[in-house]
Design a binder for this molecule. Structure first.
Ligand SMILES: NC(=O)C1=CN([C@@H]2O[C@H](COP(=O)(O)OP(=O)(O)OC[C@H]3O[C@@H](n4cnc5c(N)ncnc54)[C@H](OP(=O)(O)O)[C@@H]3O)[C@@H](O)[C@H]2O)C=CC1
Ligand SMILES: N[C@@H](CC=O)C(=O)O
Length: 430
């Protein structure tokens, strides 16, 4: 090892992820020093309550609630607090002092990434956030570096471990959403406020980050369509099972070509996938992300999407690579947004839908339902009538079924046909 001085590491947060980062930094200190070419000295751990009992035994003398002072003397700040404030201010202060930063905070990067990157560019500091999307899965660096010379056209994947865990338990064990969420929280997968997971905010932040990186354009979070899993009922899960399908919360980011030029769309919502689809096999809190690029073709990234030790792996990867550049010298990270693609409203996005409904028990009613769809210009690919003939599922065609059209068809159905109940409308992916 060369004789470079120790690098002072300030760790903010000692929850599910932070406590594991601290443990690994302390347990593997010699190995990490050898990889970096300088010791990584953990100078303090910022928390709300320094006296609190934690899953991992951490040296009491490192714990502090004075985060501002801790950050002020650091070479590298590792932020694992979550939320926007005080994380944003602490990181901007650290950057202004010339420190590099590592964060797993997708909410912060999605909402304030450009502010942090610009501040870092001014002082030549580095901002790394591999753990912000996909937990342990390397996906930020592949998009930012490995695919920098290609043209990404589509990203589709499962990017939230908690909701995947919940949906998996609903399918395989018949668990309720609330019970499965409680287990996911115990296992350290959920956000401090799990509304972020189940209402899709966390996945939407990750979609914002992925779309911005993939399409080299600023994708404002408010233009990312977001639906969580709180609308997924036991009945919808049962219906999917009967049809050999699995409900998953997916994020889709794509480049859309049209007469008005290219636009991008980023959206998060539940879909019903055939049981044979590769994403259907993604169980527990795993994530999987498919990236399609013009020259590279299809790529798949798979692994642990949440969890303390798993996420700590990605955080330490960033820390080591930033620390190496400290030792060896080298440029900070350049901002990568330069294109100016417009974001398409979700209502313009075409999709296949499955509609499950209960109809009056009389002949011809389904043909009449299909007729209403045809009149409204929405093609019906298949109609399946269940035993008893009072419930049915219709699969609506890809190229005709935009959100706006589906809504108008449902209105027309309400007005003209004897449909007792519309049980569910769910988007399909083949
Ligand atoms: N959990 C996971 O699987 C993953 C999490 N992430 C991200 O990593 C980050 C951390 O997540 P996680 O470890 O689960 O979060 P936790 O809620 O488990 O831990 C948060 C930690 O930050 C401390 N903290 C929070 N707010 C403050 C504050 N205002 N002042 C001082 N200390 C504060 C808490 O202190 P105290 O303990 O005293 O309350 C706690 O130690 C988040 O951004 C999350 O989105 C990313 C990928 C996966
Ligand atoms: N709560 C998040 C944690 C990782 O990003 C998730 O469940 O995916």
């Amino acid at each position: 090892m060369n004789s470079y001085r120790s690098l002072r590491i300030a760790l903010l947060g000692a929850g599910s992820v932070g406590s594991q980062v601290a443990r690994l930094l302390l347990e593997h200190a010699d190995e990490l020093a050898a990889r970096v070419g300088a010791p990584l000295e953990l100078v303090g751990i910022g928390v709300r309550d320094p006296e609190a009992q934690r899953d991992v035994d951490l040296p009491r003398e490192l714990m502090t609630s004075d985060l501002a002072t801790l950050v002020a003397g650091a070479d590298i700040v590792v932020e694992l607090l979550g939320g926007i404030e005080p994380a944003r201010t602490l990181l901007l202060d650290a950057i202004a002092e010339g420190a590099d930063v590592v964060t797993a905070n997708k909410a912060l990067i999605a909402a304030h990434g450009p502010e942090l990157f610009d501040a870092a560019a001014i002082v030549g500091a580095q901002v790394a956030y591999e753990a912000a999307v996909g937990g342990a899965i390397p996906i930020i660096r592949p998009l930012e570096q490995s695919l920098a010379g290609d043209r990404v056209t589509r990203i589709m994947g499962i990017v939230n471990g908690t909701t995947n865990f919940i949906l998996d338990r609903m399918h395989t064990e018949g668990s309720s959403l609330a019970d499965a969420l409680a287990t996911a929280t115990e296992l350290g997968y959920a956000e401090a406020d799990p509304t972020a997971d189940i209402e899709g905010f966390d996945a939407a932040s990750k979609a914002t980050i992925l779309a911005s990186l993939a399409f080299h354009t600023a994708v404002p979070g408010e233009l990312v369509h977001r639906e969580g899993i709180t609308g997924v009922t036991d009945a919808m899960v049962e219906q999917a099972e009967r049809n050999d399908r699995v409900i998953k919360l997916v994020a889709i980011c794509e480049r859309m070509s049209g007469d008005a030029g290219d636009r991008v769309s980023a959206r998060v919502h539940p879909v019903s996938l055939p049981a044979t689809h590769p994403l259907a096999a993604v169980r527990e809190a795993k994530n999987a992300i498919f990236v399609t690029a013009e020259a590279a073709g299809d790529l798949m990234f798979y692994g642990a999407g949440a969890g303390g030790p798993e996420t700590a792996s990605a955080v330490l990867g960033d820390l080591v690579s930033i620390a190496r550049r400290h030792v060896l010298g080298g440029p900070g990270r350049a901002a990568s947004t330069h294109a100016d693609l417009r974001v398409a409203p979700f209502g313009d996005v075409l999709a296949r839908h499955e509609l499950a409904l209960t109809v009056a028990d009389r002949p011809g009613v389904l043909a009449a339902v299909a007729g209403v769809f045809a009149e409204q210009g929405v093609s019906v690919e298949s109609v399946r009538q269940d035993a008893g003939e009072t419930s049915a599922s219709l699969v609506l065609g890809t190229h005709t079924a935009s959100e706006a059209r589906i809504a108008s068809v449902l209105e027309a159905l309400d007005a003209h046909i004897d449909v007792e109940r519309i049980d569910s409308v769910i988007r399909l992916i083949d």
